[in-house]
Design a protein around this ligand. Structure first.
Ligand SMILES: *Cc1c(COP(=O)(O)O)cnc(C)c1O
Length: 358
């Protein structure tokens, strides 16, 4: 395996951080990983002090969008041991995104090695409070100095981290969108690629102006089948059965979603991955059978859905006890804390290696 060159910072900013007041998405830890793809191979693998880097004005990714990312979290268990949850799934999905966007893949073992070393070096940046974490953001983009629509020959791979507080999500008000679409089957909805999020900004802004927090996306052909929400997959509980839209190429394959399906099956709770139409949800709501709805994602783990508006019908779920969502959140929190035994091999303790390597 390729060796990562490590240069430690001589000016840690850790002492400036107030862990009780972490501005979301604006605080970055001391080190970052960088690598370059040149002449058909990844090279210049290094961990160095976090900071700026320069790019050419003709940077290919800025003009034509070859850019992908991942999002994962490192946290500490009750004994203070830093750990990761299913990191190999993120390595694999990053490469799946790369393949769809015609970008080079990256050795999954080196990806994991880089993450272990980064988290080990910046373990002091993992906030101590339960529910908080060190957010890890791997991303890759074309770095050619060239204007023209073609796949890049040169890429940059970067991983940085930053502390996040207990992401308490207030119940979310959803708007079922019938004008704009997030993704179509055959498109890039399954890739964590920058343009998907840019495309969602205008419809999300319009929904906010109408008083909703987020858009519930419907399929691009009929505006009938439910897809997902922002950066979360969706679950509905109807008549005691948990239903989540099947991944059809237009829906992001959430790792939290995958984990939830496994946990529900293990607990003997009926769970279905299938097409679910907005009409089915409306009917269930009217019959009093829709008992809860929640979103799943790495950031909040579970976000309760307060209500869903479809045309002029407001489906109010604010009084829902959100039993299944709460159960799933406490299962993930317990696995991370070490208070629930990990029988599935999902929890990966962060290796101690940097000092030993010198
Ligand atoms: C990242 C993301 C999710 C959630 O995926 P997790 O792996 O559970 O964090 C869901 N939908 C979209 C569009 C996303 O970008």
């Amino acid at each position: 395996m390729k060796r990562i060159k490590i240069t430690k910072t001589t000016e840690s900013r850790l002492s400036e951080i107030d862990f009780d007041n972490i501005p979301f998405g604006r605080t970055f830890s001391d080190h970052m990983f960088m690598a370059d793809y040149i002449n058909g191979e990844w090279t210049n693998l290094e961990i160095k002090p976090f900071g700026y880097f320069t790019q050419h004005p003709a940077n290919l990714a800025l003009h034509y969008g070859q850019s992908i990312f991942e999002g994962m979290k490192a946290s500490k268990d009750i004994n203070g041991q830093p750990l990761l949850l299913r990191p190999e799934m993120h390595a694999r999905r990053m490469n799946a995104s790369a393949e769809r966007m015609c970008m080079p893949t990256f050795d999954e073992e080196i990806f994991l090695d880089a993450i272990h070393k980064l988290v080990e070096l910046d373990a002091g940046w993992i906030p101590p409070k339960a529910g908080s974490a060190l957010y890890i953001r791997p991303f890759m983009f074309a770095a050619d100095e060239f204007i023209g629509v073609r796949p890049g020959d040169v890429y940059k791979y970067i991983i940085f981290t930053g502390p996040v507080g207990n992401y308490y999500s207030t119940p979310v008000k959803l708007w079922a969108e019938e004008k704009y679409v997030r993704a179509a089957v055959g498109g890039v909805g399954e890739a964590k690629t920058a343009g998907n999020y840019a495309a969602s900004l205008l419809p999300a802004k319009l929904a906010k102006e109408k008083g909703y927090d987020q858009i519930m996306w419907l399929d691009s052909k009929e505006f009938k089948y439910i897809q997902e929400v922002g950066t979360m997959n969706l679950f509905f509980v109807i008549d005691g059965v948990v239903i989540t839209p099947e991944t059809d190429g237009a829906i992001l394959k959430g790792i939290t979603r995958d984990g939830f399906i496994t946990i529900l099956k293990d607990k003997g709770i009926k769970v279905e991955e299938r097409k679910i139409s907005i009409d089915e949800v409306v009917e269930a709501y009217k019959a009093g059978k829709l008992t809860e709805a929640f979103g799943s994602g790495t950031a909040a783990v579970v976000a309760k859905i307060a209500d869903i508006t479809y045309r002029d019908l407001l489906m109010d779920l604010s009084n829902s006890e959100n039993k299944i969502g709460t159960l799933l959140k406490s299962e993930i929190d317990g696995l991370r804390a070490g208070t629930i035994k990990d029988t599935r091999g999902w929890i990966v303790p962060v290796k101690q290696s940097v000092e030993a390597e010198g």
